[in-house]
Every structure is written in structure tokens, then in C-alpha cells.
Design a protein around this ligand. Structure first.
Ligand code: SF4
Length: 268
């Protein structure tokens, strides 16, 4: 059957058949973007969105993903893996986002299937599940992690921005794990003037002093979990740039989302 076929093609075909037999995993997928050039710098990626979240950030732009998966229409994982298999010649990797992906017990299985297709994996997380994160990093299952830091690490401030009370030792542990992981990572904060000001951003930057990269994302008043947020006027980009400049006292590579290259140009 494989006569005349290059050994590598044969290996891949056998591997793909094994994979498709194996891929009867139960993990709800709430969304899929086939290609993106901006989600993982320097990489062409597809994005998989997993539903459910344990936080309730009022400005959340994915309110549909915050709810439990049994209330959502989902895409069969087999369809996603087939699409990735078709596109793998030009794809560098996959971003797994949410919701909060670490809430899913079959996350590791999904990552395993993606790795088997030759994809490297970036994980987006809110950092509330350091045990899962530690396991994925220790076993080299993810090649990049992007973690949200919602507010200065004081309980009342975190609760204000995330809508739930939370033990911040998990967040601190996730930060430590990521910073000592040796893999590519970024921390990021959504800046809504309803919750954060310049000294808050500097305080966060001090907490992650020496980090690889810290990205400030401007809040946008559309499609928010809490409709009250639609009345909030976002910070002008000049204000975000000023916040980033102040944060650079602690994290040299701090910039406003989408402006990293511009910052480099200014420094030249
Ligand atoms: S913005 Fe907040 S509520 Fe929305 S998915 Fe992220 S962590 Fe969850």
C-alpha cells in the first residue's frame, strides 16, 4: 500500500490514522479561528477557545465563554484536529484560550493530540490553577504561556476586578512558575480606567520585576460581561503608553498591545 511513498509521508499517514482512532476525547470547544498572525508573536497560529471560567471580570469580552459548556453549542474536537491537520504545512502552532482552559480535565489530552500533529502550543490562562500549569510546564507540553494579571496582588483589588474573591497565593505561585520555567511567556493586564491607574500598573510591574514581557491591553467598551462597563470611557492610547513607560522601571519589555515594534523603532 505504501510502495513508492517517502518514509516520512508513510510515518505521518500511519500516525494520522492512529491519531484519528484515538481522538475521541471529550473536551468542549466553543470557538476556533483558523489563522492569526498576532496571537503569538512571530508565529502563524490557529486559536482554540475552551468554555467556562472561574472569574467574572466585568469587562470580559467573551461573556458567552464564561458560562458552563453544557449551555453552549460546541465544535467536535475531531473536526478541529482535521482542520489543523489540513493546515499544518503553514501553521506554526496553536493558541489554546478561553474562558479558562486549565479548568478542563482533558486539556492535557488535547495538547497531546496537537503536539502529535507537530504543533507547538501556547496557553492563555488567568493563573488561578498553578497545579495544572506546573504539570504542563514541567512536562514540556506547552512552549509558551500568556498569563493575565488582573490587578495589584491585594485581595480586595483582585476581587474588585475579577468579580470573585480569590486566594492570591495561586496567582503568586503561577507567576513564580512561569518566570522560572525557561519557556517563552508574557504577562498581560487589561487596563480599564474603572479599575486601574498608573500606580496600579507600576505595582503589578514591580511584582513581576525582570519578567520577559509585560503587555498592556486597552479595555474596549463593547460586548462586556457587565453592561455597566459599556459606559466606561477607555484610556487614550497615550495614557497607556505613559503607563507602559513607568512600568519599564521594573519590566524593560513592557508595551501597549500592538506597539512593540513601534517601541523598538523609537529606541533605535
Ligand atoms: S476576562 Fe476574566 S471572566 Fe473573561 S475569560 Fe478572562 S478571566 Fe475569565
Amino acid at each position: 500500500m505504501f510502495r513508492g511513498v517517502h518514509p516520512e509521508q508513510r510515518r505521518r499517514a500511519q500516525h494520522d490514522r492512529r491519531l484519528s482512532k484515538k481522538n475521541k476525547m471529550a473536551i468542549p470547544i466553543a470557538g476556533y479561528i483558523e489563522n492569526s498572525l498576532i496571537e503569538w508573536e512571530g508565529n502563524i497560529v490557529s486559536i482554540i477557545f475552551l468554555p467556562s471560567c472561574n472569574l467574572r471580570c466585568p469587562y470580559c469580552h467573551s461573556p458567552h465563554l464564561v458560562q458552563p459548556s453544557d449551555r453552549l453549542e460546541t465544535i467536535p474536537v475531531e473536526n478541529i484536529l482535521e482542520a489543523i491537520k489540513r493546515n499544518r504545512a503553514w501553521l506554526d502552532g496553536i493558541v489554546i484560550s478561553g474562558g479558562e482552559p486549565t479548568l478542563h480535565k482533558n486539556l492535557e489530552e488535547l495538547i497531546g493530540a496537537l503536539s502529535s500533529l507537530g504543533m507547538k502550543v501556547k496557553l492563555d490562562t488567568n493563573g488561578t490553577n498553578p497545579d495544572v500549569l506546573e504539570d504542563l510546564i514541567r512536562r514540556r507540553l506547552v512552549q509558551c504561556v500568556a498569563m493575565d494579571i488582573k490587578a495589584p496582588l491585594r485581595e480586595e483589588r483582585y476581587e474588585e476586578v475579577t468579580g470573585v474573591s480569590y486566594d492570591l497565593s495561586s496567582i503568586r505561585r503561577s507567576i513564580e512558575l512561569i518566570m522560572s520555567s525557561g519557556i517563552e511567556y508574557e504577562f498581560r493586564t487589561t487596563v480599564s480606567p474603572a479599575f486601574l491607574n498608573e500606580s496600579d500598573i507600576v505595582e503589578i510591574a514591580r511584582t513581576i520585576k525582570g519578567a520577559q514581557r509585560y503587555v498592556l491591553q486597552g479595555f474596549k467598551p463593547n460586548n462586556c460581561l457587565d453592561n455597566e462597563m459599556l459606559n466606561i470611557i477607555p484610556c487614550p492610547v497615550e495614557t497607556l503608553r505613559q503607563f507602559a513607560k513607568s512600568a519599564r522601571a521594573y519590566v524593560e519589555n513592557c508595551f501597549v498591545r500592538g506597539e512593540e515594534k513601534k517601541e523598538l523603532c523609537r529606541q533605535w
